[in-house]
Design a protein around this ligand. Structure first.
Ligand code: ADP
Ligand code: MG
Length: 729
């Protein structure tokens, strides 16, 4: 009898590296070849409207219809020269991933002659038939239609035969139905709030930019093995699989030599990413076998986030050329590390200052401490919400596991900074600030080292770490849209900076010197948000206890974590910063709960099918083999000897039977519970039912299946095993 696993293995071994021709030009030359950059706009767009267009782009405004027409003409010309025959608005609905609907340039002119057409109005705005995108009830309550509109701050690009125009996606009444809209609003809230505070230190600061540098972790798996694992195909993760004897314990994969076939994939990916203007920089093997990472040079956050979305789809496309599938799931395999997407986040001024980098003089250092402490304060106040932004059915497997950030948000600062903050905490406000005759300011706070970059201790267990000149939000899941986390972080910090400005202004109005006012508020903040700082081992059980005592959010149930979007503090924060209205928050929660239930519904169905169609048949087959052998033994040997000879086989048959019956009982129970959950109308209640009742049984089923995998003849097992999925490349 043929075994699909062996067929798949045979094909996998035959997959050789697909050589990628080295580009004839340097990366700096191919960079952004397929992007309609400002440079290209200058070439293709009439000069009389360029100024106006750039002005709009710089000031985060949307396009007017008038300019749209002139821009469209130039954009079409450029795109067609790069092989585009179609155009599409490219947006980021709440499903995750990106959405496109292609239209051909092809059209008829007024006399019925065929032509290539692309008008300003379709660049400006489109109405995708969006009724199937999740809206969490927004379109029911308000208006059925949604539309997408060009976001000129992210340039258009050409992929294959289509011109892609990055757009926001909103309901007719203006409610956001996507990730980009609130991200843009949060960037603008941050700009406003941060400029106001930066102006204490430098009146020349007119603009503060949010920067994002993500690190994308992913797994590769051979496509034929992938195809033989219905769970990978349908859910992106293995729902079963006994851990392989060797996994990552030798640490021999991390930063190891990149396998040739993988390197070929990476090379092609990098070339294609470069052409699309994604400034890819770093690549390496990650900790788990067949796990890798890619990171770009950081960019303005909206662009950075678009580029991450673009890269994820590019990865899937390029992987196929190399007979790989890319797994972006947070936890494709049990027993080895999962994948995250570290979001490195910082703020920079138009005067060239990184607000999270210690400065060259005490004044700049006071500014640095001001921004740092305000971040701590914001993360402290909204720690539960920040966790909600990264919570999902898929990331749930990774968080709190012994290799990923715990399901508790805390901030790691490192010894030097902790020491500096402790000194400020102790300092006497009156003596703390000394301004000498030369009007130089001195802080009584010891020296904050100018360069923290190289000597910060790296704490890999922290979900939110300060890494020298930026914060690194590590709890974000590998498949997530960065925006969800970044927009909440921006809003929380913007809200906090505004409160800070009010407090300090209040003191100044009452006659306090500016520096003293700043210093005393900072000092108080350091005390107030001390609970969020934690430099110890985030994996330890002691930390869970300690965090509870400190009042940090320790909830681990995803449906309950999602509640935090609707907490009083979150609703207030998102409203005052104009990032998300209460209705938008409600809709987002609905979508998150629904998504959670649907993911589990699918997983539970696939698991049921797999055990019935793959695992149990293999178990039965092996039992027959054993029983047949036992029968033959009885025929050949006299009764007592036969019994002795059959003893082991009999116990194996019983052992298999015990697991098989447990599985059948569990599947039966799981199906009933799933049906019950499916019938619950309220999205939150449904998600809770899946979490509380279905998940535990799925885990139990897996335990039995993995045991069976160990006992059943390898020749009869039809699903590719972990040692094959993880080590063949
Ligand atoms: P590590 O794994 O040590 O954190 P990587 O090189 O893998 O380092 O990734 C660092 C990421 O941080 C990159 O995406 C990089 O662009 C980003 N980054 C560096 N400096 C900043 C900054 N000031 N603001 C935002 N992101 C930054
Ligand atoms: Mg990093």
């Amino acid at each position: 009898m043929s075994n699909i696993r062996f067929d798949a293995l045979k094909m996998a071994w035959e997959h050789k590296p697909v050589m990628v021709e080295a580009p004839t030009e340097k990366a700096s030359v191919i960079f952004a070849q397929k992007v309609f950059t400002r440079e290209k706009m200058k070439e293709y767009i009439a000069s009389n409207i360029l100024d106006e267009l750039f002005e709009l782009m710089d000031n985060e405004k949307t396009l007017s219809r008038d300019i749209a027409n002139s821009v469209a003409i130039g954009m079409k010309k450029w795109a067609m020269e790069h092989g585009a025959t179609h155009y599409t608005h490219w947006f980021q609905p709440l499903t995750g991933g990106t959405a496109e609907k292609h239209d051909a340039f092809f059209d008829f002119d007024s006399e019925g002659k065929p032509m290539e057409n692309f008008s300003g109005s379709v660049l400006y705005q489109q109405e995708p038939d969006a009724s199937s995108f999740p809206s969490g009830g927004i379109r029911n309550t308000f208006e059925a239609r949604g539309y997408s509109a060009w976001d000129p701050s992210s340039p258009a690009f050409v992929i294959g035969d289509r011109l892609c125009i990055p757009t926001i996606f909103v309901a007719y009444t203006g409610e956001a139905l996507d990730y980009k809209t609130p991200l843009l609003r949060s960037i603008s809230a941050m700009n406003k709030a941060a400029v106001a505070v930066a102006n204490y230190f430098d009146r020349n600061v007119k603009h503060v930019t949010t920067y994002l540098g993500w690190e994308q972790e992913y797994f590769l798996v051979d496509e034929s093995l992938f195809a033989a694992r219905p769970d990978l195909v349908m859910t992106g993760r293995t729902l079963m699989g006994h851990y392989s004897s060797k996994n990552q314990q030798l640490d021999d994969h991390y930063f190891g030599i990149i396998p040739e076939r993988v390197l070929a994939f990476m090379t092609e990916l990098e070339i294609e990413a470069q052409k699309l203007g994604i400034p890819v920089k770093t690549r390496h093997n990650e900790v788990a076998p067949n796990q890798f990472e890619l990171a770009p040079i950081y960019e303005e956050a909206n662009l950075g986030s678009d580029h991450n979305q673009l890269l994820m789809s590019l990865m899937e496309q390029v992987a196929r050329h190399h007979h790989f599938r890319v797994l972006l799931h947070e936890k494709p395999y049990g027993g080895v590390n999962g994948s995250g997407k570290h979001c490195n986040w910082s703020l920079g001024t138009n005067t060239g200052i990184n607000l999270f980098a210690p400065g060259k003089n005490p004044y700049q250092n006071l500014q640095f401490v001001t921004f740092l402490v305000n971040v701590l304060k914001a993360v402290h106040r909204h720690n539960a919400l920040l966790k909600a932004t990264i919570a999902s059915a898929t990331n749930a497997h990774r968080l709190g596991a012994n290799e990923a950030p715990p399901a508790i948000i805390s901030v790691f600062l490192g010894t030097q900074l902790t020491e500096a903050l402790n000194q400020i905490k102790k300092a006497d406000v009156d003596k703390g600030i000394i301004i000498n005759a030369k009007k130089e300011m001195k802080l009584g706070v010891g020296n904050i080292p100018e360069i923290l970059l190289d000597n910060t201790d790296r704490n890999r267990t922290s979900p939110f770490a300060f890494t020298g000149n930026r914060f690194e939000f590590r709890a974000v899941g590998s498949s997530a849209n960065c925006s969800a986390a970044v927009l909440a972080l921006n809003s929380a910090v913007a809200e906090q900076l505004t409160l800070f400005r009010e407090e300090v202004d209040g003191l100044i109005e009452r006659g306090e010197a500016k520096e003293k006012a700043l210093f005393s508020v900072i000092k108080r903040y350091i005390n107030e948000c001390e609970a969020i700082r934690f430099d110890g081992n985030g994996y330890s059980d002691e930390w869970k206890e300690e965090a509870q005592k400190r009042g940090l959010d320790c909830e681990t149930s995803v449906p309950l974590i999602i509640d935090q979007y609707l907490s009083e503090s979150a609703v207030k924060m998102f409203s005052t910063t104009n990032v998300l209205s209460p209705a938008e928050l409600e809709s987002r929660c609905e979508v998150k709960w629904e998504n959670y239930s649907l993911k589990l519904q699918i997983e539970s169905r696939v698991l049921g099918d797999l055990v019935i169609n793959h695992v149990l048949p293999a178990a039965k087959r092996y039992q027959s083999v054993l029983l047949e052998k036992m029968m033959h033994t009885k025929q050949v040997f006299e009764a007592r000897e036969a019994m002795a000879l059959n003893e082991q086989d009999a116990s194996l048959v019983r052992r298999i039977e015990a697991h098989a019956s447990a599985i059948i009982a569990d599947v039966d129970k799981m199906t009933k519970l799933r049906v019950t959950a499916n019938h619950i109308d309220n999205q939150r209640e449904r998600a809770l039912a899946f979490h509380d009742t279905v998940v535990p049984i799925m885990e139990d089923i897996r335990k039995h299946v993995d045991e069976l995998e160990m006992w059943i003849d390898d020749q009869l097992w039809t699903l590719p095993k972990y040692r094959e999925l993880l080590f063949i490349r």
